[in-house]
Design a protein around this ligand. Structure first.
Ligand SMILES: CC(C)(COP(=O)(O)OP(=O)(O)OC[C@H]1O[C@@H](n2cnc3c(N)ncnc32)[C@H](O)[C@@H]1OP(=O)(O)O)[C@@H](O)C(=O)NCCC(=O)NCCS
Length: 135
């Protein structure tokens, strides 16, 4: 699927993803700075992946791990810092939450500091348990 706004496009086509851009975007995050290109590629191939594009240039990314039936986990949400504060992150989240293949599922995500961003989409704070593995 594709969504359009001004010069920007959001696409769920994995073929459009620029792995080098995703590597760079994630390398500047607190949760995935050490993820290798191979790991990122495999994670994308096993997820729904969303790219945000300024014409042909990728400037944002998110992916969703989902059973497309009852549950979806949103992760790796990131917009290039030069493009932040223009509503693109909110648009990306809206496209994910309205995607026809997953919009009927429950959603969850984890964040250390962006709670107020996700509260805009009715996410509520909760507790969960995890078993963390080093990649
Ligand atoms: C979080 C992020 C994706 C938001 O993208 P963005 O394009 O800058 O966001 P938008 O311009 O659509 O802003 C949407 C709203 O959320 C708010 N917001 C943006 N980032 C926020 C954050 N980190 N925490 C809380 N609120 C935030 C904005 O102030 C704005 O509020 P408003 O609608 O009341 O004006 C982007 O800042 C980013 O990539 N941050 C680094 C990676 C990250 O922290 N990702 C989330 C990890 S869980």
């Amino acid at each position: 699927m594709e969504w359009f706004k001004d010069n920007f496009t959001i696409s769920d086509d994995i073929e459009n993803i620029d792995l080098d851009v995703v590597l760079l975007l994630l390398s500047n995050t607190y949760w995935a700075s050490d993820r290798t290109k191979e790991t990122i590629e495999k994670s994308i191939n096993n997820s729904m992946a969303f790219g945000v594009y300024d014409k042909d240039k990728q400037i944002g990314f998110a992916r969703v791990v989902t059973d497309k039936t009852v549950f979806s986990w949103i992760l790796d949400v990131v917009i290039d810092e030069n493009y932040r504060g223009r509503g693109l992150g909110k648009w990306l989240m809206t496209c994910i939450l309205e995607h026809p293949e997953i919009k009927h599922t429950s959603f969850a995500l984890a964040t250390l500091d962006a709670h107020d961003f996700y509260k805009k989409f009715m996410f509520k704070e909760n507790t969960y348990m995890r078993l963390k593995k080093e990649i």
